[in-house]
Write a protein that binds this ligand. Structure first.
Ligand code: DCT
Ligand code: MG
Length: 361
């Protein structure tokens, strides 16, 4: 018998259990092993066939051995009995609901969206307004947006924006589907913060008037997060708008185009060159010379002695926990120095911890 599927199932349960318990390091360890196991081409029929993966600790190895020896993993069975994992994942996937609230809901005995909707009807203060919107739109928001529909969002928004705008994120990388519509609005550097905010508020009002913006989740001076729907579409979508002054536009375009793993590799490379890089600006560390103004993404690549990477090549990459590994997207980062060999981007586990999405005040 091939125990690999049993091992994968059991480790997934423990990964979900530790996610619910907010143990990120343990979650990462399980995720790493699972990725290795899913890519492992051979069956696991005996103890001798348990593969050795770099970075897999004794504890997980023992669990794999228990499954091969007994056909089951007690810890996973206990976790399944103790934790309503599916309900935790379901509630945690609702916009605005984090692990703590998800846990509170399952501890109340709720298991399904209908349970939650009925309970909310009786206790309207159970969720705050954004969580209510997340629940209301849940079925639409879990779906990804086809590229053809993204083009329609682009056309509609270009007709209303009145400033240059770019849809960034996975759409700019050429993805066939996108999770949301990420939009950069480029405004003159001379605009004050108040002028930028005034523009954003008017823009959002125009989107509401056009019947596009259906629910504003957050609206600040520079950023608006909302839920929108194309006139002829029946699905509501998540949209994010971000005001960027012209002198920050190149850094913003690079950052918000992603992918997130490409950004990790890129920032790491910038650090090696003596600069920190964020979605606004590149800053020298110590005595590194101040960078010149960047007008385009190409300027940033050139300044860091990198060959330009087309957005479609800034791909996601499976990462292993191995400190020597690097995201696949980083493979596209090629130094334009004499050797012209791919840069060695040794990324530590600490650096690979995902940064939360930037939210402007
Ligand atoms: N980003 C990042 N690090 C993160 C999250 C986001 O560098 N932890 C950057 C890169 C992508 C961009 O912000 C937009 O973020 P998302 O919309 O979350 O990602 P996406 O690549 O557009 O993917 P999706 O299609 O799922 O929206
Ligand atoms: Mg996106």
């Amino acid at each position: 018998m091939d125990y690999k599927p049993v091992i994968i199932d059991a480790l997934r349960v423990l990964e979900a259990r530790d996610r619910a318990d907010k143990k990120p390091f343990s979650v990462r360890a399980y995720a790493t092993v699972l990725r290795h196991l899913e890519a492992h081409p051979a069956p696991i029929r005996s103890l001798a066939e348990i593969p050795v993966f770099q970075g897999v600790g004794e504890k997980i190895k023992k669990k794999m051995e228990e499954i091969v020896e007994t056909g089951r993993l007690e810890a996973a069975e206990k976790a399944k009995a103790d934790y309503p994992l599916e309900a935790l994942a379901l509630f945690g996937g609702i916009y605005g609901i984090g692990p703590v609230k998800a846990r509170e809901l399952v501890e109340m005995g709720l298991r399904t969206l209908t349970d939650l909707r009925v309970e909310l009807h009786m206790r309207p203060d159970l969720l705050h307004e954004k969580q209510k919107a997340g629940l209301f739109y849940y079925e639409d928001l879990v779906e990804r947006i086809p590229r053809e529909e993204m083009r329609e969002h682009e056309l509609l928004l270009q007709g209303i924006a009145q400033v240059p705008m770019t849809i960034v994120g996975s759409y700019r990388r050429g993805a066939e589907t996108s999770g949301d519509v990420d939009v950069l609005l480029r405004v003159p550097s001379a605009w004050t913060a108040a002028e930028g905010a005034s523009y954003l508020h008017k823009f959002v009002r125009a989107l509401e008037t056009a019947g596009y913006m259906e629910y504003v989740l957050a609206l600040g001076e520079k950023k608006c997060m909302g839920i929108a729907r194309l006139p002829a579409q029946n699905k509501a979508r998540r949209v994010d708008f971000l005001i960027t002054p012209e002198h920050e536009y190149a850094c913003a375009l690079l950052y918000f185009t992603g992918s997130d793993m490409f950004n990790v590799a890129f920032r790491q490379h910038a650090l090696q060159k003596g600069y920190t890089l964020n979605e606004h600006i590149m800053t020298p560390i110590g005595d590194a010379p101040a960078p010149p103004p960047f007008h385009t993404e190409q300027d940033i690549f050139r300044f860091l002695s990198l060959q330009y990477v087309e957005p479609s090549k800034r791909v996601e990459g499976a990462i292993s926990g191995d400190a020597q590994s690097r995201p696949a997207g980083a493979a596209g980062l090629v130094s334009v120095c004499s050797t012209n060999t791919p840069l060695s981007l040794g990324i530590s586990k600490r650096v690979l911890i995902k940064r939360p999405k930037v939210v402007y005040p």
